[in-house]
Design a protein around this ligand. Structure first.
Ligand SMILES: C[S@@+](CC[C@H](N)C(=O)[O-])C[C@H]1O[C@@H](n2cnc3c(N)ncnc32)[C@H](O)[C@@H]1O
Length: 386
């Protein structure tokens, strides 16, 4: 199955536009971070080696901004000449003295935006999201530390559309839902699916049509759509009811950091636990994976469509915004399977799922086989069996 999935990614999903847009987005992220480096006066601040916590303090940011700064500077250290990193404990950064020309940097950003626009209007959503993160960087780490958490749970008036565009409209983000749907459809033989962190519906928008096309939607006994945000659950409920009125669907407020049995999910009651870019938010990942396992019938599967880190120093472009939220920063552990906060590497998922008692842990697609065609690939589906 993994071979067929890999071929589908290579031949169908990863279009030349996706490959090109990913490269533009990565470079745009570097440039936005360089402009921030300049604006924050980090050349002066990092005249001597400092760690993330020390930099956060000197900039007057909240303590946990150390994670945001640490990731930003690691990315810059790997990908640009402005800063050097000493990977001791704690990790420290020192400015190299290389100059940043803000005018030339902005001009390059503008040219990249034109290139992105040429790929299609939808691709611009990822650049808008970056721009938003850069503009709110100081405000969110200093004056209003809960701003991004409110936005990410649909509670910030006026920012709902930005988040919706960034999760459902942007083709680079949308492909996570497409990958999850393709994976599930390939082996689904009926039963109940519990979706965790379903948010604004990226998962269902792809999954239901894919199951329908494969003639498998009628085998879906029940869909349990859940999220921690009431607003998201209600919004997605409207969409599901309008488009699939006959589908048996229940709507739950489910926190993956709390026992599932206390949240209307009995032990061994579901056939598949599904999440699109949500499983990684677990505060104690192993514990939450054990909760998923306990809710599954024997032989049941978890399917997590995830952004994955392909290098430990790799802050993802959208983390320019996500790292401004408290919940994204706090999903951090110093365990072997989660050396970094939030997103994991493919091998981290394998280790965590095996530790949680799952078998047949697989990472789809075969990322090594796709490397040459799409060096910037960043998505995978993690599949494991109880
Ligand atoms: C990055 S979004 C992904 C949303 C959606 N699946 C998608 O792909 O567009 C993460 C989702 O996890 C939800 N979430 C955050 N903390 C959670 C928790 N403790 N338990 C369950 N869901 C949570 C958020 O409300 C949000 O909808």
């Amino acid at each position: 199955m993994i071979e067929a999935f890999t071929a589908w990614c290579k031949d169908t999903l990863y279009t030349p536009e996706i490959v090109r847009a990913t490269a533009i987005l990565e470079r745009s992220c570097d440039l936005q971070l360089l402009l921030l480096f300049h604006r924050l006066g980090l050349t002066e601040v990092l005249g001597k080696p400092l760690d993330g916590a020390e930099i956060a303090k000197s900039l007057g940011f909240v303590d946990s901004a150390s994670v945001t700064l640490d990731q930003m500077l690691q990315r810059l250290a790997v990908r640009t000449p402005v800063v050097r990193v000493d990977n001791g404990t704690p990790r420290k950064f020192v400015a190299s003295g290389a100059k940043i020309d803000p005018v030339a940097t902005q001009a390059e950003l503008d040219t990249l935006a034109q290139g992105m626009a040429a790929l299609g209007e939808r691709y611009l959503a990822s650049l808008e999201f970056l721009q938003f993160g850069a503009e709110k960087f100081v405000h969110a780490l200093k004056d209003d530390p809960e701003l991004m958490d409110r936005m990410l749970s649909g509670r910030e008036k006026g920012l709902e559309e930005l988040w919706d565009r960034a999760t459902n409209f942007d083709p680079l983000q949308d492909l996570h839902g497409a990958m999850g749907a393709e994976a599930i459809t390939s082996f689904f033989q009926g039963g109940t699916i519990l979706e965790i962190g379903g948010g604004t519906g990226n998962g269902v928008r792809h999954l239901f049509p894919a199951l329908e096309k494969a003639g498998k939607l009628s085998q879906l006994t029940k869909y349990l759509f859940s999220d921690i945000s009431f607003l998201f659950v209600l919004g997605t409920k409207k969409i599901i009811r309008a488009s699939w009125p006959n589908l048996a669907c229940d709507y739950l407020y489910l926190d993956l950091n709390k026992p599932f049995v206390d949240q209307k999910v009995p032990l061994e009651s579901v056939d598949l636990v599904y999440a699109v870019n949500a499983a990684h938010v677990a505060k104690d990942l192993l514990w939450s994976l054990e909760q998923c396992r306990a809710s599954l019938k024997p032989g049941g599967k978890v399917v997590f469509a995830e952004r994955v880190r392909t290098s430990q120093a790799e802050m993802a472009p959208r983390e320019l915004v996500l790292n401004l939220s408290i919940y994204h920063r706090s999903a951090s552990e110093r365990s072997s399977y989660r050396p970094f906060h939030c997103y994991l590497r493919p091998e981290n998922w394998r280790e965590a799922l095996e530790k949680a008692g799952f078998s047949k842990v697989e990472i789809w697609p075969d990322m090594a086989a796709i490397g040459e065609r799409f060096p910037g690939q960043y998505a995978a589906v993690v599949v494991a069996t109880k």
